[in-house]
Design a protein around this ligand. Structure first.
Ligand SMILES: [Zn+2]
Length: 116
C-alpha cells in the first residue's frame, strides 16, 4: 500500500479482508487499520452510484469528516493522464485537460462530477 488513495475494486476488497482490521463504522465510511504497519485507512461504503475509494489517514481524529478530495483529484489525474495538446475549456482555466475529457482534473472532478 504505497499510494495515498486507491479506487476500490474486488481485489482491494479481498486485500482489506485479509490484511486489515475493521475498527469503526460511521455514516458513509468504514475505518480500517493495517495489521502490520498500523496505518489507518478509510473505506467508502458501497453505493452503486458512487465510485468507492480507500484512503490512508494521517490521524483518526474526526476520521469520518476528513476531506480527501485533493487526493481524489490527484488519483483522477494519475489514472486518466493529461492531454498535453489541449487546455481545459473552463472559463479562464490555464490547466491542461485530462485525456478523454475537455476539462482539467479540478474542473472534471468538482464541476462535472467525474471520479474515474
Ligand atoms: Zn480547468
Amino acid at each position: 500500500m504505497t499510494d495515498r488513495i486507491y479506487y476500490t475494486d474486488q481485489k482491494l476488497l479481498e486485500l482489506i479482508k485479509t490484511e486489515f482490521d475493521f475498527v469503526d463504522d460511521k455514516g458513509w465510511f468504514e475505518l480500517y487499520q493495517h495489521k502490520q504497519d498500523k496505518t489507518f485507512w478509510r473505506l467508502d461504503k458501497w453505493d452503486k452510484y458512487q465510485t468507492q475509494f480507500f484512503v490512508r489517514l494521517e490521524t483518526i481524529d474526526n476520521w469520518e469528516s476528513f476531506d480527501d478530495s485533493e487526493f481524489r483529484v490527484e488519483l483522477l489525474k494519475k489514472t486518466r493522464g493529461i492531454d498535453l495538446t489541449r487546455k481545459c475549456i473552463w472559463n479562464n482555466c490555464e490547466n491542461l485537460s485530462l485525456r478523454g475529457v475537455v476539462y482539467c482534473e479540478k474542473h472534471a472532478y468538482f464541476e462535472m462530477g467525474l471520479r474515474k
